[in-house]
Design a protein around this ligand. Structure first.
Ligand SMILES: *Cc1c(COP(=O)(O)O)cnc(C)c1O
Length: 454
């Protein structure tokens, strides 16, 4: 075996060992300071196998089992087998997904996978798309397209003239919007003061009357498919009708919640969402693609490309005739071939498998809520999707810390509607009923230990 072959076989074995045993170890490790083990910058070249051996040994104690079945923090999906392997191939092939000239393979796979995604998510077949780094990247790209579109209609070419002297542009968003919306607005030069916040209802969905009252000129309306705390959905049919009546652009942050469209059971939650102007979705959350995967969709391909393309060449057709240049729809030029992992995830699950993944996670979330309620704890949200918010009164932080320390499972905290809460998100293909039951037991044990310490 050549040295390279041996090295890559060894790495594949390490990945397989890790993934096959990830359910057995602690979900969050105890000792995580690996700095010393990483050593000093070497003076001289060393064999690749030695370097990789050292790296793997050094970081092992600080790895978090996010790809395992009992990680319920943030909104964190595991990574599917085919998607993981495809991402390893993407690394090995080292393709630049700039356009069809740098890599026909990368460009065409993104093209095909993007069409599949629109199909599964039930977005308009004419929508443009960009494969980005995640939900943050997708929100930024979509809001850049929105900024172009709304200002162009007001007679202002923002790509050429920038924002100095531009007509005022209002951004209307729920006070419960995801924090990434604000960062996107900062990066786009609109600034967070551009936001006119609208209140939310008891479950965290935008107040439709409040939305209507704020509309009075060029505006971008940001809606949410899946409130990051409660999982609540805005009323897309009503909100898009009102916003469009006032000439506003409607952007939907659907990082994880837009996947509700993939299952007939949860599809009513996103009724009307296809009428929006742009949509941000994550691949690395609920689709269970490895990290560095999100999608920006836009109902106005011209505005999308105008905001993002490297040059104006997209207007005349760049590259090889009908293959789109992926980089004209994202902020990067030379970029990772993100399409392979997405294509593989969609290919591994198929339409039915994606629906089943969404339904299973929702059913497990309901099981969590039922069992926690039965155990005497307070679930404070309507569990409409995969998110559960639990109150332990004044002890919430201490209970969550004890759960995290147990290594049995991992969930974080949040503050929502003035209360400290445990936030549980079920987003992994590998989570089973037994994992939920074991996690509920860990929560009960944590509660008991906190209560006994008084
Ligand atoms: C996670 C999330 C984001 C940000 O996505 P990243 O992939 O972390 O960049 C944006 N909006 C919502 C609702 C999210 O849940």
């Amino acid at each position: 075996m050549s040295e390279l072959r041996g090295l890559l076989a060894e790495v594949a074995a390490r990945v397989a060992d890790y993934r096959e045993s990830v359910a057995d170890g602690p979900v969050f490790p105890e000792e995580t300071d690996i700095r010393d083990a990483l050593g000093e910058l070497p003076e001289h070249p060393r064999p690749a196998a030695d370097v990789i051996g050292e790296l793997a040994e050094a970081v092992a104690p600080a790895l978090v089992a996010t790809t395992g079945p009992r990680y319920f923090g943030f909104v964190t999906g595991g990574a599917l087998d085919a998607a993981t392997a495809a991402d390893m191939l993407a690394t090995g092939w080292d393709q630049s997904a700039f356009n069809v000239v740098t890599s026909p393979a990368a460009a065409i796979v993104e093209d095909v996978a993007g069409e599949w995604l629109k199909d599964v998510l039930r977005l308009p077949s004419t929508a443009s798309f960009g494969f980005v780094t995640g939900g943050q990247g997708a929100n930024t790209v979509c809001l850049a397209a929105a900024r172009h579109h709304v200002l162009a209609r007001a007679g202002w070419d923002v790509e050429r003239r920038g924002l100095n002297g531009a007509p005022p542009l209002k951004v209307i968003a729920s006070e419960e919007r995801h924090a990434t919306i604000d960062r996107s607005l900062r990066l786009l030069g609109l600034g967070t003061d551009a936001v006119t916040p609208v209140g939310a209802d008891g479950q965290g969905a935008i107040d439709i009357d409040g939305l209507e009252r704020t509309l009075d000129g060029p505006a971008i309306v940001c809606l949410q498919a899946g409130n990051v705390n409660s999982g609540a959905f805005d009323d897309f049919a009503a909100a898009t009708e009102i916003a469009h009546r006032h000439g506003a652009w409607v952007h939907v942050d659907g990082a994880f919640g837009l996947w509700a469209a993939a299952s007939p059971a949860s599809r009513p939650l996103v009724a009307g969402v296809e009428r929006a102007d742009s949509w941000a979705v994550d691949g690395h959350k609920w689709l269970n693609v490895p990290y560095d995967s999100g999608y920006a969709f836009c109902a106005h391909p011209g505005s999308h490309a105008a905001a993002m393309s490297l040059t104006a060449a997209y207007l005349t057709g760049q590259g090889d005739g009908d293959v789109r240049a992926p980089s004209d729809f994202v902020p990067e030029s030379s970029r990772r071939a993100r399409g392979f992992a997405t294509w593989a995830a969609l290919g591994e699950l198929g339409r039915a498998g994606i629906a089943e993944l969404v339904e299973r996670c929702c059913a497990l979330a309901r099981r969590f809520a039922e069992q926690l309620t039965k155990a005497g704890f307070t679930v404070v949200n309507d569990v409409v999707l995969n998110q559960i918010l639990v109150s332990f009164g004044d002890e919430t932080d201490r209970v969550v810390e004890a759960v995290q320390r147990s290594g049995e499972c991992w969930m974080g905290t949040t503050t929502w509607h003035g209360r400290r809460l445990m936030r549980v998100s079920v987003s992994s293909w590998s989570t089973t009923e037994a994992d939920v039951d074991r996690s509920v037991a860990a929560i009960q044990a944590a509660w008991a230990s906190v209560a006994s310490r008084g």
